[in-house]
Design a protein around this ligand. Structure first.
Ligand code: NAP
Ligand code: G4F
Length: 322
């Protein structure tokens, strides 16, 4: 029998790659589609799967809409990826971020509990919850210290998932994913902002690149690898929590160097530091320990930062070059 899955956030970076992966595995894939006045299907289109998924209108902050989507999709697996996911915006819209990225997860959990508690659930937790890090390498046991309204909202969703697992015996898992990027990354995130700018500068369409704290360090992997870890979590005998990361950390500065060097330029000639891109509270460094995911899921990050950034620059060179 065909296995059915529901993805909230299906139009986002991870949602698109996860939909592609599940379709390849033979799933019937549905996605929750919030109403937007402009086209948000470009990622599904780029992957050539727009016509292969069943889109169900609804917003994750609306319990009735989520409940309807869970029932209508007949999903055996629900992946909650919907979020206001940009950290910077979460200081300007803290309550919206709480409703979507925090309470949204509770709406999905409650919809599953009311429909069929045997439905398996994945929550997109985040390394942003570690914030002001309490251990040099962060794993599933490291205490959390979020530094943004986004991180705080995600921590609520994270603990609600664990609580539903413990209270109702639900197969509910959290993936504490460290930063992951791709050619489908939103333009506001730093890697894609840089690779898009590199392509525009190389094509003579932009003169400089304005950035904030380029000494921040991130553990960056490829989104295509990370959605496979999500699926693996839901194939286990029971729900659990997993850190998904590369185990390496790099500065924004070094990431810039790699991106500009790929087209024969030096970032030092183009990057301008602009205070408007500094955050009220910064997460200075993130570095994950993915040992548990390796051991229990048989998962490893298969793409180096150099491969990832050059893949993104190449994609943006093609886009900008027309
Ligand atoms: P993304 O590209 O920003 O995608 C977010 C998705 O959520 C989009 O499809 C968006 O639709 C949807 N969404 C936003 N508000 C919604 C609402 N009210 N109702 C229903 N859907 C809504 O994020 P991503 O990078 O794919 O990340 C996927 C998930 O993993 C997110 O929960 C993110 O917080 C989490 N995460 C990401 C990373 C990372 O490095 N990428 C790391 C750890 C955790 P619209 O575009 O129409 O708004
Ligand atoms: O690319 P970023 O905006 O990603 P950030 O804040 O780490 O959040 C991403 O990863 C989280 C996982 O840890 C996810 F949960 C979250 O949803 C999102 O996907 O910024 C990365 C770093 C930050 O330290 C930021 O201050 O880059 C620094 N940075 C420096 N200049 C900049 C810029 N970030 C952005 N977006 N734009 C700049 O101009």
């Amino acid at each position: 029998m065909t296995q059915a899955a529901l993805i909230t956030g299906i139009t986002g970076q991870d949602g698109a790659y996860l939909a592609q992966l599940l379709l390849q595995k033979g799933y019937a894939v549905s996605g929750l589609l919030p109403r937007r006045s402009s086209d948000t299907l470009w990622r599904l289109r780029e992957l050539g799967i727009e016509g292969d998924v069943n889109l169900i209108g609804g917003d994750v902050s609306d319990l009735s809409a989520v409940l309807r989507a869970v029932k209508e999709s007949k999903a055996a697996e629900v992946y909650n990826l919907a979020a206001q996911s940009f950290v910077g915006t979460s200081w300007q819209q803290p309550l919206l971020t709480a409703q979507v990225s925090g309470v949204g997860a509770a709406n999905v959990l409650e919809s599953i509990r009311l429909t069929d508690p045997a439905i398996r659930f994945y929550q997109a937790s985040t390394s942003e919850m570690f914030g002001l890090i309490q251990a040099e390498k962060q794993d599933e046991k490291t205490p959390f210290y979020p530094r943004s309204p986004y991180g705080v909202a995600k921590l609520y969703a994270h603990w609600m998932t664990i609580n539903y697992r413990e209270s109702f015996g639900m197969h509910a898992s959290t993936g504490i994913l460290f930063n992951h990027e791709s050619p489908l990354r939103g333009i506001e995130f730093v890697t894609r902002k840089v690779t898009d700018a590199v392509a525009r500068i190389k094509h003579g369409q932009q003169k400089e690149l304005r950035l904030g704290n380029i000494d921040a360090k991130r553990d960056w992997g490829f989104a295509g690898d990370y959605v496979d870890a999500m699926w693996r979590m839901l194939q286990q005998d029971k729900g659990d929590d997993y850190v998904v990361a590369t185990g390496l950390t790099t500065t924004v500065r070094e990431m810039c160097r790699i991106a500009f060097a790929h087209v024969g330029l030096s970032y030092k000639d183009y990057v301008v530091i602009d205070p408007q891109f500094f955050r009220p509270a910064e997460v200075d460094v993130l570095l994950g320990n993915p040992a548990k995911a390796q051991r229990q899921l048989g998962w490893t990050a298969g793409t180096s930062l150099e491969q990832l950034i050059t893949m993104m620059v190449d994609a943006d060179m093609r886009r900008v070059g027309g």
